[in-house]
Design a binder for this molecule. Structure first.
Ligand code: PSV
Ligand code: MN
Length: 413
């Protein structure tokens, strides 16, 4: 692809639309997507986990892989941790942080795990047994302390809580127990720390989940205070839900804290973002870009503090290449969103020009942004084609030879 010539044509066209291409490039260079430590380890469905040759087992290996994704893309500078999957045997999170920084990345959001222990069969914060609720609280408070050592801003909370049968437990009781648990955590957030509350419509509980939708997370975050915000995991909605509208609402209320990118064509959330519906991803980024660029508060401030994270652990398509692909899909969606001529769009909207407004938006989506991204990457000093560069780097063969086929996932060594 002669991307230079194509870029010149595109830049000329954008100038005519009144879009400052240098400002677009600056925003693209500042974009950040966090990758998950658990995305580099083996995983699968509840029927089978197919081991991938070279998949990471230790947290060091996961950090090495995340650093490689950052090296290829230039926009994945941090990695989310899952505790206890990433708990060091000696509890030395400072050493873990130093190791990550030596690889050129930072430690990101801390994800407590209150769903894997046998004690959590009937839930964590929702559990009818106060002793189990206490155990969950202790673990999450330990995670708050870990945040100070890892330098993490975000405590990312997801609960597997819920019930499977009508009458199994009191729905109002569970709601109140949750409220109490979250309040106790909120009171212990470290200075500068935030609490992100994730929701999921079903699974592993199927009659009800205690945090089933954005409205529930929003209501709790409102009661808790301004350091509690909502985390939108793209996989956790029913098929027809208009996610961009949820994003717009939360932005406007100053309550959008973060994303877990993936794809909702799965009964969980581990498919590469933007592979089935790149237009939807563009529409989500369009809301974000609109808030970022607009002067209206609190949407503007909120949009500039969103934690963009991937939550995918690929089962059949390898590990690093799909992670790079996911980062690039977010980059492409953001690039297109930045090309929307917002004044023109606002004018068409206020005139009630239904089709005109729709066309202005979709024309931006139809731009081929590959030449723009090639130039951005060239200027950032990262490979112009990150996927091809990854395959050519020899990294996949290296980890395959060094690590072999692991049966397990997890553990920091
Ligand atoms: C649950 O499905 C989830 O989306 C939560 O974010 C967890 O932290 C993550 O997956 C990994 O289990
Ligand atoms: Mn998630």
């Amino acid at each position: 692809m002669n991307y230079r010539a194509m870029y010149d044509l595109l830049a000329e066209d954008l100038a005519q639309q009144g879009i400052d291409v240098e400002a677009v490039k600056a925003r693209l260079k500042a974009q950040k997507i966090e990758t998950p430590s658990w995305g580099y380890a083996n995983s699968g469905t509840r029927f089978k986990a197919f081991a991938w040759p070279g998949a990471a087992v230790t947290t060091r290996e996961k950090l090495d892989d995340a650093a490689m994704v950052h090296k290829m893309t230039g926009i994945a500078p941090s990695v989310a941790l899952h505790i206890p999957w990433d708990k060091p045997e000696d509890n030395d999170y400072t050493a873990m942080r130093q190791y990550a920084e030596a690889q050129g990345i930072k430690l990101g959001a801390i994800n407590p795990n209150v769903f894997q222990d046998d004690a959590y069969r009937l839930g964590s914060f929702g559990n009818p047994n106060p002793g189990i609720r206490e155990m969950a609280l202790d673990h999450i408070l330990e995670c708050c302390e870990i945040m100070t050592k890892t330098g993490s801003r975000d405590l990312s909370l997801w609960f597997a809580d819920g019930t499977n049968y009508a009458g199994q437990d009191s729905l109002r009781g569970r709601k109140r127990r949750f409220e109490q648990g979250l309040q106790q955590v909120y009171a212990h957030l470290p200075a500068g720390g935030r609490m992100l509350i994730e929701y999921k419509l079903f699974e592993p509980a199927f009659y009800n989940t205690d945090l089933p939708d954005w409205g529930t997370s929003y209501a709790f975050s409102l009661k808790l205070g301004e350091r509690a915000q909502v985390l939108v995991d793209l996989g956790h909605h029913a098929q027809g839900v208009n996610i961009e509208q949820i994003v717009a609402f939360l932005l406007d209320e100053g309550k959008l804290g973060g994303f877990h990118f993936n794809n909702r064509k799965y009964a969980d959330d581990d498919l590469i973002v933007g592979t089935v519906n790149p237009y939807e991803l563009f529409l989500i980024y369009n809301e974000l870009a609109d808030a970022e660029l607009g002067a209206s508060e609190p949407a503007h401030t909120t949009a500039n503090n969103v934690a963009y994270m991937i939550d995918q652990s690929h089962a059949v398509e390898g590990k690093l290449a799909p992670m790079i692909y996911s980062v690039l899909n977010c980059q492409e969606a953001y690039a297109k969103a930045l090309l929307v001529p917002r004044q023109k769009l606002a004018a068409a909207q206020s005139e009630g020009d239904v089709l005109g407004a729709h066309r202005i938006l979709t024309e931006a989506y139809r731009y081929d942004v590959r030449p723009l991204l090639a130039v951005v990457r060239e200027e950032m000093g990262v490979p112009i084609d990150p996927i091809a560069a990854y395959w050519a780097s020899g990294y996949e063969e290296k980890i395959r030879n060094e690590r072999g086929l692991a049966e397990t996932s997890g553990g920091y060594q």
